[in-house]
Design a protein around this ligand. Structure first.
Ligand code: APR
Ligand code: PHB
Length: 390
């Protein structure tokens, strides 16, 4: 088999890239380790910033998002029982849309299968070869048959635990990392949202986040220990903890209902530099991770593949490789801003187990500063709503 671009991974990065390239007349083959059902059911974050919404619209895969997505003009911070609304529309003229990552993935898979372009699920033993030559190859097994895919370029869109990044020889990549001493326990519940906007809460008992997916489904998170045993969290215990952490002086409480999804998400910041080696280009979680507090993971994955598709289009259409050469540098401008913002939101809102009184005072001062300074709110709003690619 031969193609222009071999794409490893059918998460948001791989699927957006495939559709951007297809619409530019560039062939690609997407190889995904898991089955379709698994990829479409995997529950992840759900906030799309303006650039991501624009990408969905540009590709014409926005019909369900327009119908089901919830546009939010603001979000709230809660501490000491008080809520502070960050009015994004007023502060920076932008909004976000709540639409689950698995819905985005579903829309893109539907499109790819509709147009009949190759997307192979359950591709096993995927390996990259001759990546530093002009003729890279991918070998894999599909339907019990060993296959080889010859490519001009390979896009490593296979997430943090994929095989693309480890294919790069030792010494080429530098990594930057921070692992946080807490995790998130996330639930989905059949309960109508009792607040229109997201609420990020900093409490003595740890962080909590109030979010939603639809007019009948609430999404909620609790800060827990990184090695937390989910079996210790009965539904009653979860609701009781959420009620305590999300309590406000003005009487807000989450509506409760049947919990139909429960999971624990570790918290990590991670960046690899460069994001390319030879003819391999890394994108999305394969190259970087952010803690979910800034709601940026999917958005920065989409920004990467917008850059990569523009670079590949310049290569094929104009025989201009400047953008391919500059891929890492361009991506990292946005990534480090998002890394800083995600670390900042995480640090401001969580209670680390070993937090000393000095750190607690700093956190409180930062929140009070947001309450009193328009400039501080503008900065928070523009980062949360998403800064444009440069
Ligand atoms: N071969 C083929 N596919 C693989 C392999 C492999 N060896 N290893 C992993 N994959 C697949 C995974 O099954 C997954 O479907 O690659 C895909 C990677 O998708 P994501 O993990 O969703 O990563 P990405 O597309 O970069 O999207 C980033 O996902 O983790 C969230 O919060 C993160 O929102 C962000 C987004
Ligand atoms: C979500 O709804 O899953 C969500 C929202 C905001 C975040 C993280 C996750 O910061």
């Amino acid at each position: 088999m031969r193609t222009h671009v071999g794409i490893v991974g059918a998460g948001p990065a791989g699927l957006f890239l495939a559709e951007f390239l297809r619409q530019a007349g560039i062939d690609c083959v997407v190889l995904e380790a898991r089955d379709r059902e698994y990829v479409q059911q995997r529950v992840r974050a759900g906030v799309l910033e303006q650039g991501s919404i624009d990408a969905m619209r540009q590709l014409g895969v926005d019909a369900r998002m327009n119908e089901l997505g919830l546009e939010h003009h603001g979000f709230e911070l809660l501490w000491g029982g008080r809520r502070l609304r960050i009015d994004m529309s007023e502060l920076c003229g932008r909004s976000i849309t709540v639409y689950g990552q698995q819905e985005v993935v579903k829309d893109l898979i539907d499109r790819r299968l509709e147009v009949g372009e190759p997307l192979l699920f359950e591709a096993s033993d995927v390996q990259l070869h001759d990546v530093d030559s002009d003729a890279p190859r991918i070998t894999f097994t599909h339907d019990g048959t060993a296959q080889e895919l010859q490519c001009d370029f390979i896009a490593g869109c296979d997430g943090f635990h994929g095989i693309s990044r480890p294919t790069v020889p030792e010494g080429v990549l530098q990594t930057f990392e921070r692992v946080y001493p807490f995790a998130w326990l996330g639930i989905l519940a059949h309960a109508a949202p009792s607040n229109e906007e997201l609420i990020y809460a900093n409490t003595d008992r740890g962080f909590a986040l109030y979010s939603m997916r639809s007019p009948t489904v609430t999404r909620l998170y609790l800060q827990v220990a990184p090695d937390e045993d989910i079996a210790q969290w009965s539904d009653d215990r979860i609701w009781s903890e959420l009620r305590t952490r999300l309590r406000t002086d003005d009487g807000f409480a989450p509506n409760e209902g049947e919990i139909f999804e429960k999971g624990i998400t570790p918290m990590r910041s991670f960046v690899t530099e460069p994001m390319q080696w030879g003819r391999l280009f890394l994108a999305g979680d394969a190259a970087h991770i952010v803690p979910p507090t800034g709601a940026k993971g999917m958005n920065v994955a989409i920004a990467d593949v917008q850059n990569l598709s523009e670079a590949l289009i310049a290569h094929y259409r104009d025989t201009d490789d400047a953008q391919l050469v500059g891929y890492t540098e361009r991506c990292l401008r946005k990534i480090w801003r998002v890394e800083h913002f995600s670390w900042f939101m995480t640090s401001m809102m969580h209670r680390p187990p070993d937090q000393d009184p000095f750190a607690a005072k700093l956190q409180r001062s930062q929140l009070d500063y947001l309450a009193t300074s328009h400039a501080a709110r503008v900065s928070l709003a523009e980062n949360y709503a998403g800064l444009p690619r440069t």
